[in-house]
Design a protein around this ligand. Structure first.
Ligand SMILES: [Mn+2]
Length: 296
């Protein structure tokens, strides 16, 4: 498979510098060689421009709005160009606000009726600027893609239309969900395989059940490292307890990719600042290896 690596050195969405270094560290740790050893060809490496944003409170309900929107617009172009070439875009964050840019880029090639997004994350990232207490945009990307919340976040992006249908959004591993987010999930009938459900059913059957509900030919897989249990993985801004083991995370990503429908992927929120002993980077590289072994 031809893969394009798209680095997004962004931390505005989590307001916690660290995540912007992830892409260069993955490169130093040999991500290109890793892909090659699994039979892939890296046809292009992009580093998305993240403009300086000195106006954190330009809109107090969405911190670093301008810098985040412009970064996502730049990312949208990179993702779209990779897909135009017929390549697999692997988007390496950066914080999870970049999901808006990834999904916007995919939308140039895949209409929303044909697009499923699977959000592998401890959080549901579906706050609007009204429901968010933190005002951090990395908790809002899916609301923006569904056209909920402030038009300033939504219509900052290329095409002014809904990017994703709620029936084509699935979560797995959710366990840190705000009250306002639960309301949005209920109102739009969005299916979340919460951590509670994953524990009850087992990772393998939960993922298989999720995949059986997918009705579209295309899946975008969006993976946040905070999906993993804080006891085993801590190299992220806000590790969350009671998550899946690292072994189950390998299983989850591998089963999702085995569906053969995944055409693009985000890998976000690794933070070296919270990785003093380097164990987090090692886990990330092993997960990326599993992905490369399964992408086809
Ligand atoms: Mn997230």
């Amino acid at each position: 498979m031809n893969i394009q690596l798209i680095g997004v050195p962004l931390w505005y969405g989590c307001d916690n510098p660290g995540t912007e270094q992830a892409y260069s560290l993955f490169c130093q740790a040999g991500i290109e060689e890793l892909a090659a050893s699994c039979g892939h060809k890296i046809t292009k490496k992009h580093v998305v421009l993240v403009p300086e944003d000195k106006e954190k409170h330009f809109d107090p309900s969405m911190e670093y709005l301008t810098g985040t929107v412009e970064t996502c617009r730049n990312l949208e172009k990179s993702v779209s160009s990779a897909m135009a070439a017929g390549d697999f875009p692997l988007i390496l964050g950066g914080d999870h606000s970049l999901g808006i840019g990834s999904i916007s880029g995919i939308n140039h090639h895949i209409p929303k009726e044909d697009l499923t997004v699977i959000w592998v994350d401890a959080h549901t990232d579906i706050n609007t600027n009204d429901t968010s207490d933190s005002h951090h945009i990395h908790g809002m990307p899916l609301a923006a893609c569904l056209e909920l919340g402030s038009k300033k976040l939504i219509h900052g992006f290329g095409r002014e239309e809904q990017k994703l249908l709620p029936e084509n959004l699935f979560y797995i591993g959710s366990r840190s969900v705000d009250d306002g987010e639960w309301e949005i999930l209920r109102e739009h009938n969005i299916r979340a395989f919460t951590m509670e459900e994953v524990k009850e059913k087992g990772m393998e059957s939960a993922v298989k059940e999720l995949l059986s509900l997918v009705k579209t030919p295309y899946i975008h897989l969006s993976f946040d490292v905070d999906f993993m249990d804080a006891a085993e993985y801590h190299a992220t801004g806000l590790p969350i307890p009671d998550g899946p083991s690292v072994a189950d995370t390998h299983k989850c990503l591998s089963l999702l990719l085995q569906s053969g429908k995944v055409g693009s992927m985000d890998f976000v929120e690794y933070s070296p600042k919270h990785d003093q002993d380097g164990s987090g980077l090692k886990i990330c590289m092993e997960l990326l290896k599993t992905c490369f072994e399964t992408i086809s």
